[in-house]
Design a protein around this ligand. Structure first.
Ligand code: NAD
Length: 300
């Protein structure tokens, strides 16, 4: 095992089952001290228990690793980080993994369905990372992972709440990547596909069985290792396939003083994706607009 995490301390949220459990086990196996956080509730985020986190801590300890349980909801990130500081004296790695589903068509969605999803996914990732951030800045080291979903990018029927929350996390990680760069804090987004308690409701049983969470684990290990310095990116994993995702922008067209009719006339050129360019940051994203502005100003 050449990639080791000796001397490192990680928080894995929602590590009592599914994907998070595999991250906690593998990190611990490779020498990392792990806070196994899990509220131990049901998949809709409505109950709690200590048993899920305890079980994983037990598994780690019986394999000779070091871990401590934390049962707080991710909304209370300061308590989870305190568990790391009190037990292990520092925090190096935060894997924001805890999640729930409240799938329902938009017409039937309640405020509670919307708010609970945002509380766990968005407020949760914010709260845990926010509490860890000063420690990471001071020690000039940090590895942060947020967990998004294909639903964040493409949308999904019955998941307006979940898609919106997961998509918020991509912007969150990309901004942290920029603010953390000076402090050797790396932040990336993971898009996993795996069979779990969460996907049991949307996947047939044989697929749940076949898409083992363990296929995702090595990517998360890489993203949280100190050798990994790529930041502000989206990485995907599932069933042994690994990849990355980028935004592309059409060449577009400058249409001076456009009317809506002008846009309609030029629509195929505006949206033509042949010759599209990858955009990796705000500068790339606004380059065409700044160029158009220059042209307009020169014409004045
Ligand atoms: P899972 O239900 O097995 O694991 C989620 C864990 O989070 C559970 O153990 C749960 O108890 C815990 N949890 C829920 N609310 C919590 C809270 N408030 N505080 C602390 N812990 C809490 O599901 P999973 O598939 O392993 O999902 C892990 C993450 O991956 C989630 O964020 C999920 O949205 C995301 N994801 C999963 C898939 C997939 O295919 N499995 C796809 C896309 C995204």
């Amino acid at each position: 095992m050449s990639l080791r995490y000796d001397g490192k301390v990680a928080i894995v949220t929602g590590a009592g089952g599914g994907l998070g459990r595999t991250y906690a086990l593998e990190l611990a196996k490779r020498g990392c001290k792990v806070v196994v956080n899990d509220l131990g509730g049901d998949r809709h985020g409505t109950s709690s228990s200590t048993s899920m986190a305890d079980k994983v801590v037990q598994e780690i300890k019986s394999a000779g690793g070091q871990a401590v349980a934390n049962y707080d909801s991710v909304e209370f990130g300061d308590k989870i980080v305190k568990t790391a500081i009190d037990n292990f004296g520092k925090i190096d790695i935060v894997i924001n993994n805890a999640g729930i589903l409240r799938d329902v068509s938009f017409v039937k969605m309640t405020d509670l369905d919307w708010d609970l999803i945002f509380k766990v996914h968005v407020k949760g990732a914010y709260s845990v990372t926010k509490a860890a951030w000063p420690y990471m800045r001071d020690q000039k080291y940090g590895r942060v992972v947020v967990t998004a979903s294909n639903a964040a990018i493409y949308g999904n029927f019955g998941q307006a709440n979940y898609s919106a929350a997961k998509s918020a996390l991509i912007g969150f990680a990309n901004s942290l990547a920029q603010e953390g760069a000076k402090y050797n804090i790396v932040a990336n987004t993971l898009v996993p596909t795996a069979g779990s308690r969460l996907t049991q409701t949307v996947m047939p049983e044989d697929l749940v069985e076949a898409l083992k969470p363990e296929y995702v684990t090595p990517l998360v290990m890489l993203l949280t290792h100190d050798s990994f310095t790529e930041t502000g990116k989206v990485f995907e994993a599932g069933a042994g396939w690994y990849g990355t995702l980028q935004y592309y922008k059409s060449k577009g067209k400058v249409v001076p003083n456009a009317t809506v009719e002008d846009l309609q006339k030029n629509w195929s050129t505006i949206t033509d994706m042949s010759g599209a360019k990858a955009t990796a940051n705000m500068r790339d994203a606004t380059a065409d607009i700044m160029e158009a502005l220059e042209q307009v100003q020169q014409q004045k």
